[in-house]
Design a protein. Sequence first.
Length: 395
Amino acid sequence: MTRTLDRLSAATADLDPPFAALDAGTLRRNAGDLVRRAGGTPIRVASKSVRSRAVLEAVLGSDLTGGAGEHTGFRGIMAYSLREAIWLAGHGARDVLVGYPTADRGALAQLAEDATLRESITLMIDSTEHLDAIDAASTRRAGLRVCIDVDASLRIGPVHVGVRRSPIRTPDDAAALARAALAHGFAVVGVMFYEAQIAGLPDSSAPVTWMKKLSAAELRSRRRAGVAAVESHTGPLEIVNGGGSGSLEVTSADPTITEVTAGSGLYVPTLFDRYRAFRPDPALFFALAAVRRPAPTIATLFGGGYIASGPAGASRVPTPVWPSGLRLLRNEGAGEVQTPVTGAAARSMRIGDRVWFRHAKAGELLERFDAVHVVDADGAVTAVATYRGEGQCFG
Ligand SMILES: Cc1ncc(COP(=O)(O)O)c(C=O)c1O
């Protein structure tokens, strides 16, 4: 990481912080590593963990589709909002799975009215209420593509390990929803089992690693039965999706799976530092400048309070990574406008000196910046727009 930061620092010396920088070589290597770990199963890119159309194009090709040329390992996008999916389809994307249900009536109506959008976008559902919401948005719903989200959490007695999303858990639940969707005139094209407790949980202790193994084994049989139950009504499914950056080899090892999802593994934020399956090679950083020296051991930087989502706590705060040995102050943390750092390196810092940080999560940082500065191996810097830079904010 130090070598990457040396290169980023030299290449961006003329830029005034705060700014975000992405190392192109590391991004490419990380993309290759995800493909290797997926072992031949196509990877759908989680756009929430990218949040720049230009970076999506770097991974999927300029048609945002993937599956050809140097982009053979990646195919399609998992969008996080229907409005985003519609926007991406407007830029050429033809295989967009919306990873979460929507209640956006305007976007549903727009989808239903447009044949290209209907063919390019797949909605996520987990209840008949979703079907009713789609029905209510437009009378033109025939052929709308839907995917059933099946709860992939682990239950041990009363203990729930995993995220709280879909109420659909058993093969019977999934089959009943598939039947209802077909009765509404929708095309049931897929099922998704997102095992957050495996894909999104670092291997922080032996019990966690044990739980992950147990969960993968339980899910394997439930996934097979769930897919069979749905397919008995729909015929062969196009999409059986699962996984995330932290679980590619485990998820792709299940022959039921047709595709895995990954996004965070491209940028590698700090929450992805402690997985057994891969060695982190961070690609995305942000730089802040020292603007004052309140004490000999403290430098105070401009900006920095880019706190990640999830349970509030130390793991969600950005981490100063260069110069090495700097840390945030416990009382102030990363501030709205001012971020003090302390440590040996702070003693020699002058006004205007830079500190490089990593964010805790992958895409959220780019909601703070209009552009991300992409640095090539030869030191060339290209500013590419983030979603925000294109005036797009999907929540
Ligand atoms: C439905 C779904 N699939 C996959 C992922 C994995 O994304 P990433 O690789 O960025 O962790 C997530 C992340 O939260 C998700 O919600």
